[in-house]
Design a protein around this ligand. Structure first.
Ligand SMILES: Cc1cc2nc3c(=O)[nH]c(=O)nc-3n(C[C@H](O)[C@H](O)[C@H](O)COP(=O)(O)O)c2cc1C
Length: 308
């Protein structure tokens, strides 16, 4: 493909990426709408919408709300279910030269295992991302993401059936994110992604009622960027596992901050809603940042010890 700057290449477990930028899960669906706007092969990877065992309609509306510098969502994992993703969505993405990070969600360990078994033979699934931290789903009630033992047990169960590397997506809704990171590393995780959304709430001042039908939702966007940077920095101090960083990224400058904090690659979520071209724009602007910093490649952030 023309226009690919080799200095941007990043190789992570299961993901050979032309550049370190992918859309974050839930903010790009399965890529169909964005494919009408730009060539998805430009992306480093695509993280697909959280996939569950059966199809889900998601939560009642309203399920998104604006906040200063961010948004709240309580989508509730709307998706067509693992078999439909295997039969219809992944083949669509096979039309592009881009690896898929398959985001897996569920209410029980058995559901995660079922989804991974269903998707693991898809040729374009490079790796799995276990969403152990969705704060918006009421049933199940198990918060794998806040309990190191539960997170580790889930990782072990999925690793046993996956033929692809497994990344675990960490929740920011914990006191010590490094404890969860170390627990899933010990259980065999191949990489980490962080952060998911922070639990938040809005209230309609004229009625006193919550704005979201689900009452609470996940906060994302620029408001969470400082939290994301702090957590990635903390996790980088305790593990050498690859980290895909996310939380409020809107620009190439933001990406550079995440790479300095210790991320190997990044995902862009909420910014896609206000600017659907944000990912290709960032990718185009990254080489100038390498020039300015005197770094040879994206890998140099790790290799040359540029991480702070
Ligand atoms: C509308 C919406 C839907 C999301 N759905 C998922 C999901 O299905 N699975 C998941 O792991 N994360 C999901 N996320 C979290 C994002 O992937 C990302 O971790 C988070 O929004 C922080 O990045 P951002 O600030 O760039 O959006 C969702 C976020 C939003 C805003």
């Amino acid at each position: 493909m023309t226009g690919v700057d080799p200095r941007l290449h990043v190789t992570l477990p299961g993901l050979t990426m032309k550049n370190p930028v992918m859309p974050a899960s839930g903010c790009f669906a399965f890529g169909r709408e964005y494919a009408e706007l730009f060539d998805l092969s430009k992306l480093g990877a695509v993280a697909i919408k959280g996939t569950t065992g059966a199809a889900r309609l998601g939560n009642p509306t309203p399920r998104v709300a604006e906040t200063p510098s961010g948004m709240l969502n309580a989508i509730g994992l709307q998706n067509p279910g693992a078999q439909a993703v295997r039969d219809e969505e992944l083949p669509f993405l096979e039309g592009y030269d881009v690896p898929v990070l398959a985001n897996v969600s569920g209410s029980t360990p058995e559901e995660y295992v079922h989804v991974v078994k269903t998707l693991t033979t898809a040729p374009n699934v490079g790796a799995f991302e276990l969403n152990i931290s969705c704060p918006n789903v009421k049933e199940g009630g198990i918060q794998f993401g806040t309990d190191p033992e539960a997170a580790a047990a889930l990782t072990t169960a999925v690793k046993a059936v996956s033929t692809k590397p497994v990344y675990v997506k960490l929740s920011p809704n914990v006191t010590d994110v490094t404890a969860i990171a170390l627990a899933v590393e010990a259980a065999g995780a191949d990489g980490l992604t962080l952060i998911n959304t922070l639990v938040g709430m809005r209230i309609d001042a004229s009625t006193g009622k919550p704005v979201l039908a689900n009452e609470k939702g996940g906060l994302s966007g620029p408001a969470v960027k400082p939290v994301a940077l702090r957590m990635i920095h903390d996790v980088r101090q305790v593990t050498g596992l690859p980290i895909i960083g996310m939380g409020g990224i809107q620009s190439a400058e933001d990406v550079i901050e995440f790479l300095f904090a210790g991320a190997d690659a990044v995902a862009v979520g909420t910014a896609n809603f206000s600017n659907p071209f944000v990912c290709p724009t960032i990718i185009r602007e990254l080489p100038a940042w390498l020039d300015q910093l005197g770094l040879e490649s994206i890998g140099a952030f790790r290799e040359q010890g540029a991480n702070i």
